[in-house]
Design a protein around this ligand. Structure first.
Ligand SMILES: Nc1ncnc2c1ncn2[C@@H]1O[C@H](COP(=O)(O)OP(=O)(O)OP(=O)(O)O)[C@@H](O)[C@H]1O
Ligand SMILES: [Mg+2]
Length: 210
């Protein structure tokens, strides 16, 4: 079944004699193409769930299925391939490489994937067409976040995961980033993609974000 399913997911961290239950028996389903927001108090386990969904961490128990593949049973090698091919991850503090330009940051990520989108086109789509050669330090916070989103999108991932993508931004820029993500999700669900070269909407084969 396409989409994301979590069934009775538990994640415990053991530190010495103490065990912290970061995720306590969580179950939910996200159908394919849905723009979904996870809300919760600080320490509730949101990042832990995202890290598990992104293949960066594994549950202590329970089942996680993404587009019909049970990732909770993956070994290290399968997780590496899953992260590379299926996941776009946007971090709260961007994590752009400071010594690469915005364009190079996006190209670096797309080089490791089988079916990437064109880096320049994706950057144009997020409004950074005229910032390609800027280094991250020469970009505003909102521009860096859009660069990080472009980097994740250029991988053409099945699932785009964003961990507080507006956490470091002011209210207006944060709103603009959320609107951009919502817009991208709607377009990808319909399998339509903005083509800056032709200036028209055109169909694309693969583009769906959970
Ligand atoms: N690697 C780890 N080792 C030990 N404890 C951890 C680890 N990662 C997370 N935790 C603990 O698990 C709980 C959930 O953490 P998590 O980062 O998922 O919360 P969160 O909901 O994302 O919080 P925030 O809104 O503050 O980002 C916290 O109590 C945290 O201290
Ligand atoms: Mg968090």
């Amino acid at each position: 079944m396409a989409g994301v399913q979590l069934e009775h997911v538990v994640r415990e961290y053991t530190m010495g004699r103490t065990t912290i239950r970061a995720v306590d028996d969580i179950s939910f389903t996200i159908p394919e193409g849905k723009y979904t927001i996870i809300l919760g108090a600080s320490g509730a386990g949101k990042s832990t769930v995202l890290n598990i969904l992104g293949g960066m961490d594994s549950p202590t128990s329970g089942r996680v299925t993404v587009n019909g593949r049970e990732i909770s049973g993956f070994n290290k090698r399968q997780l590496t391939e899953y992260r590379r091919e299926s996941i776009g991850f946007v971090f709260q503090f961007y994590n752009l490489m400071p010594n690469l330009t915005v364009l190079e940051n996006v190209e670096l990520a797309s080089q490791i994937c089988k079916n990437p989108l064109d880096a320049r086109q994706v950057l144009a789509m997020v409004g950074l067409g005229d910032r390609l050669n800027n280094f991250p330090a020469q970009c505003s916070g909102g521009e860096q976040q859009r660069g990080a989103i472009a980097r994740a999108l250029a991988k053409n991932p099945d699932v785009l995961l964003c961990d507080e993508p507006t956490g470091a931004l002011d209210y207006q820029t944060g709103k603009a980033i959320l609107a951009l993500l919502y817009d991208l999700c709607k377009k990808s669900r319909k399998r339509w993609w903005w083509s800056p070269t032709t200036g028209r909407w055109r169909r694309r084969r693969t583009c769906s974000f959970g």
